[in-house]
Design a protein around this ligand. Structure first.
Ligand SMILES: C[S@@+](CC[C@H](N)C(=O)[O-])C[C@H]1O[C@@H](n2cnc3c(N)ncnc32)[C@H](O)[C@@H]1O
Length: 218
């Protein structure tokens, strides 16, 4: 995850991640096709990183109130710098959120959200973060709410192409608890938490968007 610094006097430090710059528009296109552009909606982004995604999405989807969140304190400062820079009324102040903790620690009300977005965290964090993400999303989403995850994944135990195999290897060398996760494993964890894998979308650079729908109790 390469990133460079940008200093904005008076606004704080807006970090910039090259990958986020490249993937923010393709992910926005998926959001446009998956959520209402008119109904007022509430969204939580988990592991917002620099703040590039949440501000990009909020500029385009004004009917959605966005709650950014991060685990890393330097990233929280960057998100606040983006908020100050863009002055978006539909982006709330960023909150500290550890995805591995039960949602009661997230500061988010149960069944209060229409959308949870999580970009490039699942493979770059220990597995309890992924388990916590699905457990928490299952709790904080309204019935029929949507969880969107983005990143590279394994499919039926296979990682393709070779560049993703190499990426997985480099991640595991950096931290043995990191690495690409299998979609079928994510799907079964999701189901244990009342979420159903509705759609898998191929994205540029051998990434995918996974769309999980919260099942309604009938
Ligand atoms: C590769 S970065 C992706 C950031 C951003 N979503 C993006 O795509 O630019 C991985 C992120 O996961 C976050 N992270 C790591 N552990 C976490 C945890 N326990 N809870 C929430 N986020 C976590 C890191 O702080 C980091 O911002």
């Amino acid at each position: 995850w390469s990133r460079r610094w940008r200093f904005y006097p008076g606004f704080g430090t807006m970090l910039s991640a090259a990958a986020a710059e490249r993937n923010k528009e393709p992910i926005l296109a998926v959001l446009r096709g998956s959520v209402s552009a008119e109904r007022p909606l509430q969204a939580l982004e988990i592991s917002s990183g620099t703040g590039q995604h949440v501000t990009h999405f909020a500029k385009a989807l004004r009917n959605i109130i966005w709650q950014p969140s991060e685990y890393d304190h330097q990233s929280l400062t960057s998100i606040e710098a983006y908020r100050a820079h863009y002055q978006l009324r539909n982006v709330k102040p960023a909150i500290h959120l550890d995805a591995s903790l039960p949602y009661q620690y997230w500061g988010v009300e149960p069944e209060s959200l229409d959308l949870v977005v999580n970009i490039n965290m699942i493979h770059i964090s220990p597995f309890p973060c992924t388990e916590g993400l699905f457990r928490g999303a299952g709790a904080v989403l309204k019935p029929q709410g949507l969880l969107l995850t983005y990143g590279p994944y394994a499919v039926n135990g296979q990682i393709t192409p070779q560049s993703n195999v190499d990426f997985d290897h480099s991640l595991r060398q950096r931290n043995p608890e990191w690495g690409l996760r299998d979609i079928s494993l994510l799907s079964s964890i999701a189901q244990q938490n009342g979420l159903f894998l509705e759609r898998i979308m191929d994205m540029p650079a051998n990434n995918k968007c996974l769309l999980f729908r919260k099942e309604s109790l009938v």
